[in-house]
Design a protein around this ligand. Structure first.
Ligand code: HEC
Length: 158
């Protein structure tokens, strides 16, 4: 009877060992398989962000719309042809700038023109009767107007 019990427990122990071995094997290989499946995805390289830091510099082009804007907003003082003889000119204490006269305009930079148009004459140390257009015209339109004035005076900043 005792030997039978011993045999029984021996069988039981071997059974338990087999089970443990099987479970471990499944565990190890199972994981191994999963890792093997995962591994090809791991070397996914992080693509560098395609952010171009270069600032796009677009040329400012004077169009029919630019000339129209000048006629609509500027001509009453600066004149239809930009000669400073608009219908309002005689009512101003400081005469509107003649935009066809190169001698003065070439002493001023495009930035000064831009500022004068956007923030008014005072912002560049000129008369306040040159109004500010920053609330009426957007920056690109103002850049175009600067180019248009350069066309009128046929001059560039010295
Ligand atoms: C109410 C009249 C008036 C209107 C409208 C007007 N201007 Fe003027 N502008 C003036 C006067 C006056 C001056 C001269 C200021 C001075 O010499 O001190 C001037 C000067 C300028 C100057 C030269 C600034 C400098 O550096 O001396 C520029 C550029 C200019 N105007 C652009 C424009 C543009 C563009 C418009 C239309 C969007 C416009 N102006 C509309 C009255 C006007």
């Amino acid at each position: 009877m005792k030997t039978f019990d011993k045999l029984k427990s021996k069988i039981a122990i071997t059974f338990i060992f087999k089970c443990v071995f099987l479970i471990t094997a499944i565990g190890v290989f199972g994981c191994g398989e999963k890792q093997a499946k995962k591994s090809p995805q791991l070397p996914l390289k992080a693509e560098p962000p395609t952010l171009s830091l270069k600032k796009e510099v677009r040329p400012v082009i004077v169009t029919g719309k630019t000339r129209e804007t000048y006629q609509w907003y500027c001509a009453q003082c600066h004149g239809i042809k930009g000669k400073g003889d608009g219908i309002n000119a005689k009512f101003l204490t400081v005469p509107p700038r003649n935009h066809t006269k190169a001698e003065y305009l070439e002493t001023r930079t495009d930035e000064q023109f831009f500022q004068a148009i956007k923030f008014g004459g005072l912002s560049v140390g000129r008369a306040p009767c040159m109004p500010a257009w920053g609330n009426t015209l957007n920056d690109s339109t103002i850049h175009e107007l600067v180019r248009y004035i350069r066309e009128l005076c046929q001059c560039e900043a010295l």
